[in-house]
Design a protein around this ligand. Sequence first.
Ligand code: ADE
Length: 386
Amino acid sequence: MGITKSKPDESETAENSTTEEKVEVPIFDRPITRDYDIKKRLGQGNFALVRLCSRKSDGENFAVKIIHKKRLQNNKQQKALQREVEILNKVDHPYCVHLEAIYETTNHLYLVLEYCAGGELFDMICQQNHFTEQQAVQVVRQVTEALAYLHSLGCVHRDIKPENILLEHRSPDSIVKLTDFGLANHLDGSDLVFWTSCGTLYYAAPEVLSTDSYNEKIDFWSLGVVMYVLLVGYLPFYHDNRVKTIELIRRARVPFDMADWRTISSEARDLIRKLLVFDPVRRYGSTKILSHDWITGGTAGAEPLNLQKLKEFESWRGNFNDHIITMMGLQRWKQYALEQNPDVSMAGMTSESEFDFLGMGIQDGIDAANDEAGEGEGKAVANTYE
Ligand code: ADE
């Protein structure tokens, strides 16, 4: 599977590369190790591994997303990759990760991305041990602006979750960078509503979990879930049985335990209530979010938030990779749910069948990543890549 129709010659650089179609980012078909030193592992996506790398010419750090092409077994996964590359090629925004270069070999695709030295937002907050409601306002504002930008390009992110919100620098006051457009889908004016589904269950909007069509508003539901976790350290819709979690999401009743929310402004709760709205038409979009009192009114507190529960959430998140529902997994679930009951009632679904269905999609992604991760975390990997 090729990503582009034509590639620059080995001697070409970003400045003089020419392609049949306009492609902003150079694509090289030589080994990436000629230009970059590949270093420690930074993360693991659904079908890819992300490593730190440094450019040999000037020592600048980047993150490289390594995709084992043969692991993308079906057309849908290949299309998702094509889409990610297309979107990354278009994206140019301070709150979105930037694509620097692409290397393509027979078996692998390497996306060289802007390196976010602060890593994942939630990790940084827990490490620094200090985070305020005022800082949360800045995070939500910046993610909203990034989403407004993506939506203006006709892209829906579809996978807004803590792992995909990175920080440019090692400080909770750093600007955020949205990443992982692997599930993002293109929308054009005539095709605003689309059907394919994917993402992570706990952040998924109710309409994603039904057979209904959905649009860019799904990203603002997910943002509402992220905002909730950021402020109190636990998920608004959680049950250890996934089918029950789906029921909670579809019921869309947001719990506010005042023991946890007492010290947080009522405006924060008000905005969450306007994001976690079942009906996407009534759910707040970027314009309304950005003019909401919590963002503009200066009501958010400057006192440190209680991070105990967020730390527990972080360790729970770290221990359970399998809560990721891959595109394939959710698609399968939908098919299964429909077969069980055409009006998508959850009643007929046993936890055993649910597990079965989930296990398949997830394992593909984890296997693919583990394959690549053979060298072990933190170790420099000089010549392992084509
Ligand atoms: N993990 C995943 N992508 C990353 C990036 N671009 N920078 C730092 N860590 C990452």
